[in-house]
Design a protein around this ligand. Structure first.
Ligand SMILES: *Cc1c(COP(=O)(O)O)cnc(C)c1O
Length: 377
């Protein structure tokens, strides 16, 4: 059965070699050789001024909430159409979640929503570049800059993706990446915090190291380290960074494979799309990193029928996020407007199987099944 996410690890000769090296050196904990190599690689290839590997994107998001010193009553604007981690990070600090709608049949946050929702209590705006396709950054930057509000880019989908030629992750005060096994580049579980505002670097290192200045101790800036601030344990183990590095050095091949599968889906489904569903739009300012291949059915009933059909044929196509303001946890607490675009996307989306190892014949098979389905309806 084709699943959306079977092993997504790109087979490389280096992986076992690098892991073996960490085991033999005994330096398996955080901030050792491979963490340093990953930090430098990410800085050099994507123009990030400062990067810290973390245990996950969820934890990198939690770090942004700690770094911004969010207090109960502070407001954070975020898309309703996202993964729970984007919301939990701020809720854990007691901040008030202010959910924004998506664009019309476009999963990214609608820039006009940010303007609508900003109040004197707004401390941060969080955006998600859904499926690695950039949000409308010129409009978003002008809103946050006008009001002096921090911007966080949740780049969990957005590795090696660009807005007008500039890497996603370089726009926000902070941005967060995921190396979970569902993402383009993976080491099983992992993430990164990118810090674009240098004022936050020292405190980020302290928060990541349990509230201590252990990083400065390792850099031989101080001769002992001690408790300086609140914090937690957000370092990726170097043995995982070794696996991550074995993937990063091959990222161009990984992206090419994914983009080839994505484009095959797109081309093979184009003729059906005019009649039965809409394919994703990539604006001129954005690139496609093929994190997700999705399309939107006209309504929920048709989505469910097609999904059931594909699943019955052993193809694990799937839906995606349920808009967060209607989730079991949040629906009683929600006091804002209806957000119809996010609801429509929740109800109409289908994702097709796409991982780094998805081959051409897998894609053709899925497209043939979809064609077969529409012959009979
Ligand atoms: C995957 C994902 C996360 C969480 O990433 P982890 O590394 O698993 O913590 C956060 N936000 C979005 C949008 C995601 O897709």
């Amino acid at each position: 059965m084709l699943t959306p996410y079977p092993s997504n690890i790109f087979k490389t000769e280096e992986a076992l070699h690098y892991i073996k090296q960490t085991l033999e050196s005994g330096n398996t904990s955080g901030d050792n050789t491979y963490t340093g190599l990953c930090h430098n690689f990410l800085k050099e290839h994507f123009g990030f001024p400062n990067v810290l590997l973390t245990t996950s994107c969820t934890h990198a998001l939690e770090m942004t909430a700690l770094l911004l010193d969010l207090q109960p009553g502070d407001e954070v604007i975020l898309p309703a159409y996202t993964f729970v981690s984007t919301a939990n990070a701020y809720l854990l600090r007691g901040a008030k979640l202010v959910f924004a709608d998506s664009g019309k049949r476009n999963p990214n946050i609608a820039p006009a929503e940010i303007e609508r929702l900003i109040t004197p209590k707004t401390k941060a705006v969080v955006i998600v570049h859904y499926s690695g396709v950039a949000c409308d950054m010129d409009r978003i930057m002008s809103s946050v800059q006008k009001h002096g509000i921090a911007l966080i880019e949740d780049c969990a989908h957005a590795f090696d993706s660009y807005y007008k030629g500039k890497a996603l992750g370089t726009f926000g005060t902070f941005s967060t990446f995921s190396f979970h096994s569902t993402k383009n580049i993976t080491c099983g579980e992992g993430g990164a915090l990118v810090i674009n505002d240098p004022n936050y670097i020292r405190r980020a290192c302290i928060i990541r190291e349990k509230g201590t200045n252990r990083t400065e101790f390792f850099q031989q800036k101080v001769n002992k380290y001690d408790w300086q601030d609140i914090g937690s344990s957000y370092l990726m183990a170097d043995v995982l960074a070794a696996l991550l590095y074995s993937q990063l050095i091959h990222y161009k091949e990984i992206q090419q494979k994914r983009i080839a599968a994505w484009e095959t889906y797109y081309n093979m489904l184009s003729e059906l799309a005019d009649k039965h569903f809409s394919l994703p739009q990539i604006p001129d300012y954005a690139t496609n990193n093929a994190n997700i291949f999705y399309f939107l059915c006209p309504n929920s009933a048709e989505r469910t029928k097609l999904l059931d059909y594909l699943n019955s044929k052993g193809i694990s196509a799937s839906f995606h996020y349920l808009t967060l303001y209607k989730s079991p946890y949040f629906k009683q607490k929600y006091i804002g407007n209806e957000l119809p675009n996010s609801v429509e996307i929740s109800e109409c989306i289908i994702r097709l199987p796409l991982v780094t190892n998805t081959g051409f014949t897998d894609v053709v098979h899925v497209c043939d099944m979809i064609k077969e389905y529409y012959k009979n309806v």
